[in-house]
Ligand binder design. Structure first.
Ligand code: HEC
Length: 153
């Protein structure tokens, strides 16, 4: 009996490996990226790329375990949802109002340590933000928001 259960689980694990995730890069104009649209100091650019771009851009770098179901499905759902909420690769397509709202959310979620996602930080230690980096990011976001408001008048 035990042996049958074991074989059953092994078969399921093998079969689900055939359901691979789509890793193709969604199409977007390279000029639409926030790094080209806004004035982004280089240290902020590095923070965004290191800590946010895997889920919030079309430039996801997939780790080896993205080949292993069911972890891959879970990972892909974060990428899909992350891109849907905030896609830095499509920044120029957002309305001024939407941009401002997203910047406000960044301020809020980074201050409250809700982003980057905790599960991501288990495996991406380099993405963890120091207090100094959080301050830098928040200050930058706030400066950008003030700029937006003036432009919109
Ligand atoms: C592992 C994937 C992942 C990483 C890395 C990540 N996010 Fe997210 N982010 C998500 C997901 C999934 C959501 C949507 C669900 C939620 O809010 O929890 C989200 C939502 C958000 C939202 C909310 C947008 C809205 O309008 O509600 C903001 C803002 C955000 N993330 C900012 C960031 C920033 C800034 C970073 C980097 C410092 C970051 N995220 C890193 C996955 C990620």
């Amino acid at each position: 009996m035990k042996r049958k259960i074991f074989i059953g689980i092994a078969v399921v694990l093998v079969v689900i490996q055939f359901f691979r995730i789509d890793k193709s890069e969604p199409e977007s104009s390279p000029e639409a990226d926030i790094l080209l649209v806004e004035s982004v100091p280089s240290d902020i650019g590095i923070i965004l790329k290191t800590s946010c771009y895997d889920c919030h851009s079309n430039k996801t770098i997939y780790p080896w375990y993205s080949n292993v179901a069911p972890v891959s499905w879970w990972l892909k759902s974060h990428v899909n949802e992350g891109r849907k909420e905030l896609n830095f690769s499509e920044w120029s397509t957002y309305s001024d109002r939407r941009k401002d709202h997203k910047l406000e959310e960044i301020n809020e979620l980074v201050s409250e340590d809700e982003m980057p996602l905790a599960s991501y930080l288990w495996v991406h230690g380099e993405a963890r933000l120091s207090n100094e980096e959080k301050d830098q990011l928040i200050n930058w976001v706030n400066t950008l928001r003030k700029g937006e408001k003036i432009e919109n008048k």
